[in-house]
Design a protein around this ligand. Structure first.
Ligand code: MG
Length: 452
């Protein structure tokens, strides 16, 4: 699947050596001359995918700076540090182990703009590359300090009160799902004076749980927090650009809360515009209203949110899946920075995480996945229109129907052959009802479509 975030597939089936060379070769031909930063998450397939990626870049005349196993935000930070022409992260993010992917980055340490990644995809499908003669072949070097530099940069973020956090000596548990955050996340938290208890922090890419940090996948973390009496549990996805949290009672607070906490943290320091995607909770609008700042919404996908943040010089933004983007450090989702921000927010007063979260606006979100492809958009619109006649329709991304304090959205995933349904309302029952009505409308309208 090709999307604004790159190219991903199942290892050995849709993600083959040929595909990797085509995509890396196309990206190499698209970037300006100069070094390219590469790195990967912990998946075993990352080894061969990274080597082929490096080969394609070197054969295209780019020097390559290999940061090895590293969180995606670390790779992006390294692009800026080295003033590189761009970068490639080998990671399928939250997707299960059989998947891998190339995330493509431009100069400045951000994702390619959507139009740019479309151009790279076009070149890849045409087999376009710019292989160079011997005299111009690139050189490979490794950079073992990328994680350390990223950590130092986070610790130096203005407004982050390291001393105040250190004084609290937070006891925390980290679940990195044996991914790229396995060493980087605990090291950052230790630098903030935390006593860190690690589960699933062996960077071997053998995911011991479903790697997406959703509440239902965090059973081990919840148990460990409860048993040890920790103040908070942190969970990353395999490339550590997302963060979810478990409160001191062992209850998942929901990945939407990660972004809400970061927004509340940033706006209390200095107000400014917020940018989130069209699927993110309405709680963000209410938090922004408390500070009198506007909220801009974009299509789903980091590239869209980051581009808008840069364009309007937004204060903070991200995605409701636990992806925090704080442009004062860099315009990319950063699960490590999000953990530091959460601790700083928590250290502002003495109450535990559950009590602090209770002060944020309360909404219930229900998320569903349907295993089908949308093949008939016209009858979908008609069916949804019939189901929700009194709602305001919004088509920024997929089909969204809004009321004063609730909404429901139907959209085809950009990264998987599924339809996502999201509903938000003041309580779980109301949200579940909206999601149910939308699911029925989708299934009715796509009745002739082949299930996947
Ligand atoms: Mg990720």
């Amino acid at each position: 699947m090709v999307s604004a975030s790159g190219v991903r597939g199942i290892v050995g089936q849709t993600l083959t050596p040929d595909v990797v060379l085509r995509v890396a070769g196309a990206h190499a031909s698209f970037l300006d001359p100069g070094p390219v930063v590469v790195g990967r998450d912990t998946r075993p397939s990352g080894e061969w995918v990274l080597r082929l990626t490096e080969a394609a870049l070197l054969a295209s005349g780019h020097d390559v700076i290999d940061v090895g196993i590293a969180p995606t935000p670390t790779i992006l930070y390294a692009i800026r540090h080295h003033r590189a022409s761009g970068g490639i992260a080998i990671t399928a993010s939250h997707n299960p182990a059989p998947w891998n992917a190339l995330k493509l980055f431009g100069p400045g340490g951000t994702f390619l703009a959507p139009a740019q990644s479309e151009e790279v995809a076009r070149r890849a499908s045409q087999g376009r590359a710019s292989w160079v003669p011997n005299a111009q072949v690139g050189a490979l070097r490794s950079d073992a300090d990328a994680i350390l530099r990223h950590r130092e940069a986070i610790l130096s973020v203005a407004g982050l009160d390291r001393e105040r956090i250190r004084k609290r000596r937070f006891r925390v548990v980290v679940d990195a799902t044996n991914g790229a955050g396995s060493e980087a996340t605990p090291a950052l938290l230790e630098a903030l004076g935390c006593e860190v208890d690690r589960i699933f922090c062996v960077p071997d890419g053998r995911f011991p749980r479903v790697p997406e940090p959703l509440p239902e996948n965090l059973g081990a973390l919840r148990e460990r927090v409860r048993v040890t009496g920790a103040a908070v549990g942190f969970a990353n996805d395999p490339d550590a650009d997302r963060l979810a949290m478990v409160d001191e009672r062992g209850e998942p607070i929901g990945e939407e809360r990660t972004l809400q906490i970061a927004i509340d943290w940033a706006l209390a320091l200095a107000p400014g515009p917020v940018v989130v995607n069209s699927s993110t909770s309405m709680a963000v609008d209410l938090i922004a209203r408390r500070y009198g700042v506007p909220v801009h919404r974009t299509k789903v996908g980091e590239a869209h949110v980051a581009q808008k943040l840069i364009e309007i010089q937004g204060r903070i933004g991200g995605e409701g899946n636990g992806g925090v983007i704080y442009p004062a450090l860099h315009a990319t989702r950063d699960g490590l920075l999000a953990a530091a921000i959460a601790l700083d927010w928590l250290s502002r007063d003495a109450r535990p995480l559950s009590a602090r979260v209770a002060e944020l606006p309360q909404f219930a979100v229900v998320k569903r996945k349907l295993d089908l492809r949308l093949t008939d958009p016209d009858s979908l619109q008609e069916a949804l229109g019939r189901a929700f006649p009194d709602a305001e329709r919004n088509v920024l991304d997929g089909e969204k129907y809004l009321w004063e304090d609730s909404w429901v959205q139907v959209r085809a995933s950009g990264t998987e052959p599924i339809v996502r349904i999201l509903a938000e309302a003041k309580n779980e029952t109301a949200a579940a009802k909206l999601a149910h009505l939308a699911s029925e409308a989708v299934e009715r309208s796509q009745a002739h479509a082949q299930p996947r």
